[in-house]
Design a binder for this molecule. Structure first.
Ligand code: SF4
Ligand code: SF4
Ligand code: FES
Length: 248
């Protein structure tokens, strides 16, 4: 069912279940995000996407636009003075905790925050956005990553801090990490998956050679997972993308 929503004074019709973030994007209105990716369920943790939501008459409340679904007659302000100030505070805290995380630096600078108010860990760029955890669970389907501890001690880790028995070395978590603190490196016939400066190596893989050109390209764990999932024949599944393989 289509419902009507007004964002920054512009009224549009969207389908029920649409989030404020997507309704705003449909109107060409950009709201900043750090923990959002359309490939996975929203998590609402970074809070940089906050906006004001109201019925247009009563008091507005502050909500996270990435996981707040619009309702008929909803009025949204994405850049009111209150929102800009709150976003600045959120970005200041994020920059304080992760002073070298580039996307945080860039976004904070757009809001005039270049010097953080507090001292954080210059060697920890992980903003705990959970994108790696969600993509591994919801897209890849192996749930190899998670969080440990609570509060300031919270960390994104492999289970029990050991090499994950379920990780297949696909690199999807690396691809979605907004701060680039996850890395996947192929060296000869070895693939290493690690978090920030190799202080936390999640897993090492032996790469199998392409059956056509001989180049090492695919962890055995990934090959077996993909072969089983898509019922691929052996030769097709072990041919690299350059030689016309499936590119898994
Ligand atoms: S590389 Fe491992 S941890 Fe990362 S998404 Fe793939 S299976 Fe999950
Ligand atoms: S490693 Fe990257 S994707 Fe994972 S929680 Fe940290 S910042 Fe987010
Ligand atoms: S993008 Fe909405 S809370 Fe992070």
């Amino acid at each position: 069912m289509a419902i009507t929503v007004t964002i920054d004074g512009r009224t549009t019709s969207v389908e029920e279940g649409t989030t404020i973030l997507h309704a705003a994007r449909d109107l060409g209105i950009e709201i900043p995000t750090l923990c959002h990716n359309d490939a996975v369920e929203p998590y609402g943790v970074c809070r940089v996407c906050i906006v004001e939501a109201s019925d247009g008459k009563g008091r507005a409340k502050v909500v996270t636009s990435c996981n707040y679904e619009v309702w008929d007659g909803l009025h949204v302000q994405t850049g009111s003075e209150q929102i800009m100030e709150a976003r600045r505070t959120i970005l200041d805290l994020l920059l304080s905790a992760h002073p070298n995380a580039k996307p945080v630096q860039d976004l904070a600078a757009q809001y005039g925050v270049t010097e953080p108010s507090y001292t954080g860990d210059p060697e920890d760029d992980c903003i705990l956005c959970g994108l790696c955890v969600r993509v591994c669970d919801q897209v890849v389907g192996v749930s190899a990553l998670g969080f440990s501890n609570r509060g300031p001690a919270r960390k994104m880790v492999s289970p029990f801090l050991d090499p994950s028995p379920t990780c297949i070395g696909c690199g999807s978590c690396v691809y979605v990490c907004p701060t680039r603190c996850l890395h996947i490196v192929d060296e000869g016939n070895k693939r290493v998956l690690y978090k920030q400066d190799r202080k936390n190596v999640f897993k090492e893989f032996e790469l199998l050679p392409c059956l056509s050109c001989g180049r090492p390209f695919l962890p055995r764990e990934q090959l077996e997972y993909v072969r089983k999932k898509f019922k691929l024949p052996r030769k097709l599944a072990q041919t690299c993308p350059t030689c016309g393989g499936p590119g898994v």
